[in-house]
Ligand binder design. Structure first.
Ligand SMILES: [Zn+2]
Ligand SMILES: [Zn+2]
Length: 53
């Protein structure tokens, strides 16, 4: 059974680096770090303040 990182699409073979974010995304731990600032769950406050042009 293999899981794909939702951010970079790489397969995650090692359960140690697999992270299931609170928003439901499954990622490797490096992508989870990158994802955190714009995660709709974890970064709710900064997300609301962010303006995308
Ligand atoms: Zn990844
Ligand atoms: Zn998330």
């Amino acid at each position: 059974m293999s899981v794909r990182c939702r951010l970079c699409r790489h397969e995650i073979h090692d359960a140690d680096v697999r992270v299931c974010c609170r928003c439901g995304w499954v990622m490797d731990k490096w992508c989870a770090e990158n994802h955190r600032p714009w995660c709709p769950r974890l970064g709710a406050e900064s997300w609301l303040g962010a303006v995308e042009i």
